[in-house]
Design a protein. Structure first.
Length: 94
């Protein structure tokens, strides 16, 4: 399982209550707006490419538009094994 920790700078707003965090446009969780920057930790099980966004929510429940996406690529697969080395020259120096 991957753990991805992200932060967002706080938005100056007198009635800011929380931040909603999205992965690929789907709500992944919410953080109270009590810290600056605002932290959030995702648990992601599969390798792959993801887009993370955040929105601000005020005390009345009004939600801002989502931020521009931040791409995250998770990859645990090693590259393919290279071929065996080939001798291209052998020299003996006396």
């Amino acid at each position: 399982m991957w753990t991805v920790s992200v932060v967002s700078p706080q938005v100056p707003s007198p009635d800011l209550a929380a931040y909603r965090w999205y992965r690929d446009g789907v709500l992944a969780g919410q953080s109270p707006a009590t810290q600056d920057p605002v932290p959030f930790t995702y648990q992601i099980a599969a390798d792959g490419a993801y887009q993370l966004t955040v929105s601000a929510v005020d005390g009345a429940g009004n939600e801002s538009a989502q931020s521009p996406p931040t791409p995250v690529v998770l990859d645990r697969l090693a590259p393919t094994i290279p071929g065996a080395p080939q001798i291209i020259a052998v020299a003996w120096v006396a």
